[in-house]
Design a protein around this ligand. Structure first.
Ligand code: V47
Length: 415
């Protein structure tokens, strides 16, 4: 088959020879509109590593606090709150344990635990949480705390990031999630995540984790102010750390959602997320450039289960998981379900002609599904959300509405 975009022909030859792509190749891919060729090449690269297998986890997201010292400078985030802002919450350990127990009907194998940079929560809050969860759910892997949270805890405690990582590992953490990477470009980072850990520092925490035998995931947030060069340089930085350590398990491109955050308002993009075209291209180019990272994961809460299913033939071999109960993107306007059932995930994977494999956080096979008949086969991938106080979302007010409320309170105060 020949590429419709002739500039992709030399890249196709390299992919067939399993040769490493250059920075220029990656730029050509991002600038090309020949999505089918890019997807086909990524599919070749993926099949070489993973065959027809598509991994997923029976996982549960737990977000212990949304209070974050970066609330006013990470302008793309809709999740964070100031300590006294409407909707701010910090869970007690009992609440976290109750939330973990609330999903006891699911065969959970992984807790994915991330939250805000709380100014007062100490390292012991987290290590007690990990120990308590391990005690209550011994078979569940704990994937917890982004590099940004690790560095924040180190600052609060006066420890090195290495010491924090060792404490986490001793408390039962198996791997680090890939969040907080955003995009490493200093200019883009200054625009969307000023005062956050720099790209170099994010990479340094992951290097440290890998050296301690803690594997991790990596991400890139796309679809905001970043340039194509920024995307490529981000991927190359991940590739180069992986050459050094081999500690990344999977790469997850994250699609920016503009609702209920200052960046979306400034860009005039409220209600408009990324396009399906760009979502598939980011999966495929990620697969092609990151030749040394075994897995590429699609995060269905961000791009919809429908795009995620298509992504399985665009170089992607991991459909994330049941996720119960996603907050970060739903705060930012994601219209996807809050979770999918185990059987819905299996149906999505089989529907793409692939073989589902349940994995743990480290990609060890938990279960395969030859001859498995799902309990139900719903037409639409939508599950009922868990109910109860712990599973409520209260969106932030828009920046404009907040300014109006502030002005009104100033006027009220003057009267
Ligand atoms: O770092 C925040 C992103 C990330 C928005 O490791 C937003 O398996 C879009 O990293 N629109 C945290 N994205 C989540 C994350 C993740 C997700 C799934 C799996 C794994 C894994 C990691 O969420 C943040 C940021 O990049 N984010 N706000 C927003 N408005």
């Amino acid at each position: 088959m020949t590429a419709r975009d002739a500039s992709l022909a030399p890249i196709e030859e390299k992919v067939q020879r399993a040769e490493r792509l250059t920075r220029d190749d990656a730029l050509t891919l991002f600038h090309s509109a020949d999505l089918l060729t890019i997807g086909r090449l990524a599919d070749v690269a993926n099949r070489r590593r993973n065959g027809d297998r598509v991994f997923f986890a029976a996982n549960q997201h737990i977000n212990p606090t949304n209070v974050c010292v970066l609330r006013n400078t990470c302008v793309f985030c809709s999740f964070a709150r100031m300590p006294k802002e409407d909707g701010a919450y910090t869970r007690s350990l009992e609440d976290v344990f109750a939330e973990a127990d609330a999903a006891h009907d699911n065969p959970t194998r992984e807790f994915h635990i991330v939250g805000g940079l709380h100014p007062k929560l100490r390292l012991s809050y987290y290590t007690d949480m990990f120990r308590g969860l391990k005690q209550r759910h011994p078979g569940v892997h704990i994937k917890a705390l982004t590099a940004v949270e690790v560095a924040h805890l180190a600052r609060i405690e006066g420890f090195s990031t290495r010491e924090v990582l060792i404490a986490m590992r001793e408390a039962g953490v198996t791997s680090l999630p890939g969040g907080g990477a955003e995009v490493f470009s200093p200019a883009a980072r200054a625009a969307i995540a000023d005062r956050k850990l720099s790209g170099k520092e994010w990479l340094a925490v992951h290097r440290e984790a890998h050296r301690l035998g803690i594997p991790s995931n990596c991400t890139m947030l796309y679809g905001h102010v970043e340039t194509m060069e920024d995307r490529v340089d981000h991927l190359l930085a991940l590739r180069s750390l992986q050459d050094e350590t081999g500690g990344f398990l999977t790469y997850i491109p994250l699609a920016y959602h503009p609702d209920h955050n200052e960046l979306g308002e400034a860009l005039g993009r409220t209600g408009t997320a990324t396009t399906g075209f760009d979502d598939l291209k980011n999966i495929a180019v990620g697969r092609l450039v990151l030749d040394n990272i075994r897995h590429v994961k699609t995060h269905w809460p961000m791009v919809t289960p429908f795009i995620s299913q298509v992504a399985l033939t665009f170089g992607c071999d991991d459909l994330e998981g049941t996720v119960v109960f996603e907050r970060v993107y739903h705060e930012a306007g994601a219209g996807t379900p809050m979770w999918l059932s185990y059987d819905q995930i299996i149906e999505l994977i089989r529907g793409a002609g692939k073989e589902p494999v349940e994995r743990d956080s480290l990609y060890q096979t938990v279960r395969t599904f030859e001859g498995y008949v799902p309990a139900s086969a719903p037409g639409r991938p939508q599950g009922p959300a868990p109910v109860g106080q712990l599973f409520q979302l209260e969106h932030r007010r828009s920046a404009v509405a907040r300014k109006r409320a502030l002005a009104a309170s100033v006027v009220d105060g003057a009267e």
